[in-house]
Design a protein around this ligand. Structure first.
Ligand code: ZN
Length: 172
């Protein structure tokens, strides 16, 4: 199990004397992006973001759902965030989500039918287009009463292979 490797690696990692950064992001920035493992250790570098710089909210397909809005609100009202960037990416797995395969896997692993039905209706909606999905995310943030007008909301797409950013919407 990977957990054993992690605990072993951690013993080597732990510093003699840790530095305590502020929990408020130094750049006043919150990023909403995808959970794609190819973005890990890549997205930050591509954006020039270091440890302590930004709050990062990640989920499958960088969807601006209730959970993302709630975290963004905490970032704004408790942690001084004044700018949000939704970062979608090319080749997002959520564009080829196979509802039937996921549902059959859930059945195989013993999930109740009514739970499956609820989950598949509310969650298993594939993204048609990565760029349109980012724009939709901006719309949802902008229409949320929790996100004030004064907070800037931008949208980008990152090329998952090269790291190149394509601006979709810059909130001037
Ligand atoms: Zn993705």
């Amino acid at each position: 199990m990977v957990i054993k490797d992690i605990l072993s690696e951690n013993r080597k990692f732990v510093k003699e004397e840790g530095s305590l950064l502020s929990a408020n992001p130094a750049k006043g920035l919150c990023i909403i992006t995808c959970m794609d493992s190819r973005l890990t250790g890549f997205l930050e570098e591509a954006l020039g973001i270091g440890r302590g710089d930004a709050k990062i909210i990640r989920n499958a397909g960088n969807i601006v759902d209730d959970g993302a809005v709630r975290s963004a609100a905490v970032a704004i009202y408790a942690l001084g965030v004044r700018e949000i960037i939704i970062v979608g990416h090319t080749d997002c797995g959520m564009t080829r989500l196979e509802r039937d395969r996921i549902v059959s896997e859930m059945r195989k692993l013993g999930v109740d039918e009514d739970v499956i039905e609820n989950f598949s209706l509310s969650t298993l909606n594939p993204i048609v287009d990565e760029e349109e999905n980012v724009i939709e995310g901006i719309r949802r943030l902008r229409s949320s009463p929790l996100i004030p007008e004064s907070v800037k909301v931008h949208g980008l797409i990152i090329d998952i292979a090269t790291g190149e950013l394509k601006p979709l919407h810059i909130d001037e």
